[in-house]
Design a protein around this ligand. Structure first.
Ligand SMILES: [Zn+2]
Length: 187
């Protein structure tokens, strides 16, 4: 899934069960697994001037980045963090790692050739899904549309209880989805 969608969907799933002070840990946990990808992209594209194709085929494939990215998408590690939060009575920690766990579970069914090793450190297994959230060879066009519609639905769900700032951010995410879809599939 796309990073902003994780934040909106995780908020829709989790925020009803917790107090507003948990909003930040939900968003942070939803975004964190993809932060290394963003750092890698910005570094390679803007500092080193590499074209996008080489970033994904070369830089992204280096063990350091793959281990970092896949480790942040690990179901056992994020589950452990969630359980530590529950066991120590820290709802902020539990919600933060729980949101990371939801991110990993959200990515699992929609990554094909770029599947993460979601079971580190116990296994290097990668589930190569028959569908992808971006790759047209794996129904990317349809899956991306379904993801965008899910995010729109989650936005509608969150709208009533959201502040003006939150509504502006939610609108920005929807606009970004529309733009990305147009750029990838309709241009
Ligand atoms: Zn991810």
């Amino acid at each position: 899934m796309h990073t902003p969608g994780h934040a909106v969907i995780n908020l829709a799933i989790l925020s009803g069960a917790v107090t507003p002070e948990h909003t930040l840990p939900i968003v942070a946990g939803a975004i964190l697994p993809d932060v290394p990808i963003v750092v890698l992209y910005l570094r390679e594209h803007y500092l080193r001037g590499l074209p996008e194709e080489r970033i994904w085929s070369e830089s992204y494939q280096r063990p350091f980045w793959l281990n970092l990215i896949h480790g942040a998408h690990s179901i056992p590690l994020t589950l452990l963090g969630t359980l530590v939060g529950v066991a120590t009575g820290s709802s902020l920690v539990a919600i933060f790692f729980g949101s990371m766990l939801l991110h990993a579970l959200g990515d699992l069914p929609v990554h094909a050739v770029d599947a993460h090793r979601h079971f580190l450190p116990f296994s290097h297994y990668r589930f190569i899904s028959p569908i992808s959230y971006w790759d047209p060879r794996y129904h990317g066009r349809k899956v991306a549309l379904v993801e965008a519609l899910l995010v729109a639905g989650a936005t509608a769900w969150l709208w009533r209880d959201s502040s003006l700032t939150a509504r502006l951010l939610l609108s920005a995410v929807l606009a970004w989805y529309a733009f990305s879809y147009w750029k990838a599939f309709l241009r």
